[in-house]
Ligand binder design. Structure first.
Ligand code: ITT
Length: 182
């Protein structure tokens, strides 16, 4: 079985391809970007994006909208994570958090699939904390500053397999795979 994944992020593509390779699904990149609607909910972005892409391509496809939710900032940057990452990067977020304690945060990934039968949308989360300096060179985005609960390494210090075993995306696409097999 082959499924398209519409993303411009090579890191996501790698993680999802590896997760699905284990269950015999080949993931192919669909190079098209859906417009992200203004809403406070990742799920609304995904449901709208799925319909928009389906109308254009009419092939079974997946997308994922993710974000980092920092507790002390009232879940910011959340749905604005991509914008904040481009504007400030990890360094900028660390600066904003200078002297800030506690440092709990959560990654959320909303993953969606669509085909002629309709949509399947699921969410995966992982709790953790923002550390004080960047660590590691793997992964992408906010990975160098996020350590999952009960772990010592950042996502950027883990292999793709390790990150997938506990990450928001690994969990979301694991759930999606279960639903697709039903
Ligand atoms: P798409 O083309 O799939 O939309 P994107 O990178 O724009 O790719 P998102 O809007 O879902 O993806 O991501 C919002 C931001 O959160 C973006 O800056 C990502 O780098 C970051 N992010 C998402 N998942 C992450 C992860 O697993 N680890 C670190 N940062 C992540």
């Amino acid at each position: 079985m082959k499924i398209y994944f519409a993303t411009g992020n090579p890191g996501k593509l790698k993680e999802v391809s590896e997760k699905f390779a284990g269950i015999g699904i080949e993931v192919m990149q669909l190079e098209d970007e859906y417009p992200e609607i203004q809403t406070s909910q990742l799920e609304e972005v995904v449901r709208w994006g799925l319909d928009w892409l389906w109308e254009r391509h009419k092939v079974p496809l997946m997308i994922d909208d993710s974000g980092l939710f920092i507790k002390v900032f009232d879940a910011f940057p959340g749905v604005y994570s991509a914008y904040v990452f481009k504007a400030l990067g990890c360094e900028g977020v660390l600066k904003l958090m200078e002297g800030v304690d506690p440092r709990q945060a959560e990654f959320r990934c909303c993953a969606g699939y669509i085909d002629g039968n309709g949509q399947v949308v699921v969410t995966g989360t992982v709790k953790g904390r923002i550390i004080h300096e960047m660590q590691g060179t793997g992964g992408f985005g906010y990975d160098p500053i996020f350590v999952p609960q009960d772990q010592k390494k950042t996502f950027a210090q883990m292999t793709v397999e390790e990150k997938n075993s506990m990450s928001h995306r690994g969990r979301a696409f694991g759930l999606l795979a279960d639903k697709l097999r039903e």
